[in-house]
Design a binder for this molecule. Structure first.
Ligand code: RNT
Ligand code: ZN
Length: 416
């Protein structure tokens, strides 16, 4: 324990904040880290096409992982520098399929994910899962679960059913619940003539997908406001999924912080949703002008989200997952920096005197509320974060990048 930390502890104690309790709480908060930052959302399917479905990765930083071995090695480098409990969020396109026993997405089996379960066990990770309904020739006219073509729709229903069974198998293997989240890009570039038909078909598809009760699977649906090339209509809008999930026991709405209008306050949604759902799964991302999925940094939006999770006493009801992908920077560094940004925002929120501020609000002490919330920014947060990293056995913010760059020079650079 450094003198600097001791000073910080006293400084926070003076305003009623128990720093030790905050550190303990943070150390119990898992972050689900998406595997797809490591390879620009490409996955391992042979003959896989370009990324589609209205999402995009830009940047030419060399050395994206090309194989399960490379992705696992890179992910391993990242998690060694991220404090606290971690999960890995997988997508169906990251199946490790034996080339002698190929299989379509609609028939994927648990064994195709056995290497990931091994990897998770070795590294003490939980797993979350997503069926992949994009980057596929089986999408027809940009549509999957809402397609008017029955064969197309059935293919994707089977894929989601298979994915839920895989999630259940992983849950059983690890003795830990697995979030299985469905996002579809389905939408139209230009003005639709029929907005309700696709939504009727999507609701019916989801009912078929969720019909089978499965232990250990937490189901969620992820809405979106629009995608590139799909600007006029998104079948799976927030209203659609909110209504759907509220009327289907056990189905949750996943909140991706990039999937709302740019001026909408995503943090403000959490307190409402927490009143009506047991849990809120999240994809925390950073959107710059649109759903650009930039790497998380500690900005006001992130602080706002973390603050709401803490102020609503919902650290164990919000499943914090990340969703960013940037191909212009060292991808291992992106994982580390982005995940640590999430954790720093949470720690900042945990170090706020929330009871005292709430009392100011309830007593209409607006001046105190204004002044004290702003004064929080000058408290010695960095000393507490450094101490957390030290206790967790990971480097501080200024001591990990050189090692990651050495890994890049030694390992990643050899990939051509
Ligand atoms: C896309 C959604 C979705 C994907 C991942 C790869 O806009 O955010 O969650 O980013 O599933
Ligand atoms: Zn997302």
């Amino acid at each position: 324990m450094t003198e600097y930390y001791e000073y910080a502890r006293r400084r926070y104690a003076a305003i009623g904040v128990d720093v030790e309790a905050a550190l303990e709480r943070l150390a119990e908060t898992p972050i689900s880290i998406h595997c797809w930052q490591g390879d620009d959302v490409r996955g391992f399917e042979t003959g896989g096409g370009e990324l589609d479905g209205g999402i995009q990765v830009t940047g030419q930083h060399p050395g994206a992982a090309r194989t399960p071995q490379e992705l696992m090695a890179d992910f391993g480098e990242a998690i060694a520098r991220i404090p606290g409990p971690k999960r890995i969020n997988l997508h169906a396109i990251y199946a490790v399929v034996d080339p002698d026993d190929p299989v379509g997405r609609d028939a994927l089996r648990p064994k195709d994910f056995a290497p990931w379960v091994e990897f998770a066990r070795r590294n003490g990770l939980g797993i979350d899962f997503n069926p992949t309904l994009f980057s596929s020739p089986y999408m027809r006219d940009g549509l999957s679960l809402s397609s008017p073509d029955d064969e197309t729709r059935q293919y994707w229903i089977r894929h989601c059913q298979a994915s839920r069974r895989i999630a259940a198998w992983i849950a059983e293997q690890l003795g830990d619940d697995v979030l299985c989240n469905i996002w579809i890009p389905d939408g139209l570039k230009d003005i639709p003539a029929d907005r309700i038909g696709p939504r009727e078909r999507l609701a019916d598809s989801l009912d078929q997908i969720f019909a089978e009760p499965l232990d250990g699977v937490i189901d969620s649906v992820e809405s979106k406001v629009f995608g590139i090339g799909l600007e006029s209509y998104t079948v799976g809008s927030h209203d659609f999924y909110l209504g759907y999930a509220l009327t289907r026991p056990g189905v949750l709405v996943l909140i991706d912080s990039g999937h709302f209008h740019p001026t909408e306050n995503v943090a403000d949604k959490l307190s409402s949703l927490l009143l009506f759902f047991d849990e809120i799964p999240m994809h925390v991302t950073r959107s710059v002008r649109w759903d650009s999925d930039h790497v998380l940094v500690v900005d006001n939006e992130l602080l706002g989200i973390a603050r709401e999770i803490v102020r609503c006493h919902a650290l164990d009801r919000v499943r914090i997952g990340l969703d960013f992908f940037d191909g212009s920077v060292n991808r291992v560094a992106a994982w580390i920096s982005g995940t640590r940004a999430m954790q720093k925002a949470l720690l900042r929120a945990l170090l706020e005197p929330n009871k005292r501020l709430r009392e100011h609000q309830d007593a209409a002490r607006w001046t105190e509320l204004l002044v004290e919330q702003d004064a929080l920014y000058s408290l010695p947060f960095g000393a507490v974060w450094d101490e957390y990293c030290r206790r967790q056995g990971v480097p501080d913010d200024w001591s990990w990048l050189a090692d990651v760059q050495a890994y890049e020079a030694g390992v990643i650079a050899a990939r051509s």
